[in-house]
Every structure is written in structure tokens, then in C-alpha cells.
Design a protein around this ligand. Sequence first.
Ligand code: ADP
Ligand code: MG
Length: 397
Amino acid sequence: MHRNFKPSGNNRSRFAPHKRRGSGPKQSTVHYSRYINKAVTKEEDVPYEPTHTFDTFGLNPRTAATLRHLSFTKPSAIQDQSIPPALLGKDIIGLANTGTGKTAAFLLPTIEKLNANPVLSSVLILAPTRELAQQIDAEFRRFAAGQKLFSALIVGGANINRQIQQVKRGPHIIVGTPGRVKDLIDRRVLRLQAVNTFVLDEADRMCDMGFEKDIRTIEAELPKDRQTFCFSATMTPNIKAIVEQFMNAPETISVVKNQTNDHIEQDVVHTRDKAHKIEILTELLSQPEFEKVIVFGETKHGVQRLADNLSNNNLPAAAIHGNKSQSQRERALHSFKTNQVSILVATDVAARGIDVDGVSHVINFDPPQVYEDYVHRIGRTGRAGKPGKALTFVGQK
Ligand code: ADP
Ligand code: MG
């Protein structure tokens, strides 16, 4: 077995505190008019016509068969445009709306490269949250099924000793959150000298969360001779300048349509006070068309209280937020994904990037602080081109 991520030297404990975005209520800076988009322009919604098929990318037959099996019939725009240059070895900044298949856009070329040289290549993927890292890992396992390629998930909140054991087994791919990855580097468990593919998923959010320094430290451990991918739904010029420092003549591929998916119907609900908000929320959630709903709240405590409150009112709700352990978060997400509960109450950080099928509504119980958060929140519905609705609670006119 190859040992690409084998530990170097002794295991010294040097815990690096994980940096998280400061919590506590802040004023939203977004005018409510930006939450209204009833004019859903269906006629203009011409489906993207890809110039490639999954067969003409020249992927190995095994992956191509897996994709057929998964009913991936056509590449999405970001996949169509970024997979060919990625296969040629180019560094890529890929920008595309949420739910448009960015994960496959970087995983498929990565799997190709691993197949070409499974002994000498290894891959490091960083994502902002545990859930997102886990989703990427799950997607990797789906695409690479039966190919003898192994991954390890290195995220905070989960048993570190088990992760250390996994790293020692020499996985081809490490998917992790910056804090824990840095931790394992500091402990001399993780060696990154063999990494020839580095992926930053949602770099802007990682920077928002205060991970910039950790990312720099991790990047400094990587060989300079490597391929780097950065994929995100949103990227400010500032973040772009940061990620470009990690990249070699990157090609930027942007297929961002509108800022919010135009098939998501958006509207506001005027509310008076806290009690009124809960009353309206309860009313909405009791309606049959609110089949599968993510409710966003601002603070960890507020989210937990709201979920408890709903559950006590015959509206069973799961909650995910930063005060929950990894296994609690996993359980909550699982019960929502498998329709055991139809309501998930979440904070921005915990819900970022999660991909759950068939979310009918996103309700912003508390308004997002910045417009980017709004885009990410409502992107939890309307996945893979399906219709979705987003409602944002705002104070009275
Ligand atoms: P993003 O990272 O852009 O938000 P994801 O990579 O999470 O989006 O993809 C959203 C969903 O679409 C996932 O469930 C994924 O498996 C699915 N998907 C991605 N590409 C395709 C495709 N070409 N055909 C069908 N489903 C796809
Ligand atoms: Mg993604």
C-alpha cells in the first residue's frame, strides 16, 4: 500500500485552536427588496447545451460507467467547461451557482489523475464545514466506486485518533476542514509532500470563517509543483486575489447565472415581533406544500430554541449549528435527508453547501447579514434545476 500521507516523526501534541467566525447578533445590511423576485422568467430559462458528454471527456471506462449508473447524463455548464482544462493539468477557478455540480467538476479530473498514477499522487481537499467535507467525501466514494481509491475525512468535532489511524493507512484523498487538517500537520501525523492536487471548495466562506491563516499554513506545506482548483458560488475580488497566490496561472471559468438561481421564487413576509414570527412560521410549516423546509436562524442558541419550540408544537424539527457535536449534526442532517423530519433549522455556517434533495422551501426566519449568505441559503432549494421557494421574514414596512 502506498503511504502518501504517512506520518513523519513523533506525534507531538500541539493543538491549534480552531478559528470560527464570531457569533452574536448583528444587524442585517441587506435591503429587503433584494429578497423579492416573483418575476420568474421561465421562457429565458434555456437549458445549457453542453459541448461534451461524459463519454467524450475521455474519462476512464469505469468512471464513465459509474456516471451512467448514477444517471449523470449530461455535464452541467461548469463541468462541461472546466473538466477539459482540468484534465490538461491547468489550475482552475470555477464559479457557478450552488447546486450545479461543482463537486464533480473537480472530483472527476482528480479521480482521473489518481488513476493515472495511484501510487504517487495524492489529493488534499479543503472545505469550510464538516458537513460539506463529508458530502465531498461521499461524492468521491460514489464516483470512485470499485476503483481502489481511498479517502479520509479529517474534520473537527470527530474522534481524532480514528482520523490519525486513517491517515496512517495512506489514503489517496484527504477531505478536511482547515482547522483539523492543520492540527494533524502540527502533530506531525499528516505529511503533504506528495500532494499534487489541491482543492479549495468555497474558499470565500473559508476565509469568512477565519480559516485564511490556516489555509496559508497548509498551503506552505504543499509542493509548488501541483495542480490547484478553487470552486465557489461566489468570490469577491479580494478572495480571488488571495486564492490566486496559491495558484499557477489559473484559468477562471465563470458560469454564474444571475446571482440567485432564477427558478427559485423569492418573497418576503412582513412580521411584527418574535412571537408573531413564530406564529407565522408555525402557520406556514403546517401547510401541506411546505414539504421539506430549511429554516435559517442567526444564532446557535436561537436555532436550537426554535427547533425545540417547533417540535413541541407538533412540527418535529431537527437543528444543526456549531454547538452540536459532529455526531449530533450528522444525525440531524440524516433525519432530514431521509425524511424522518421535514424541518431543519440551521445557522449559516452549519448549512453552507449542504446538498439535500427535494427541499421545497427555505425560510429565512432571521435575515442574512450579507447578500452572499442569502444566495447560499436559498441555494439549498431549487437544486439541480428543480423549483424551490424562498421566504424571508422582515420587519414591518
Ligand atoms: P454545488 O457544489 O455546485 O453546489 P453539487 O456538486 O453539490 O453542487 O451538486 C448538486 C447535486 O447535483 C448533487 O447531488 C450532484 O450529485 C448532482 N449532480 C452534479 N452534476 C450532475 C450531473 N451532471 N447530472 C446529474 N446530477 C448531477
Ligand atoms: Mg459545492
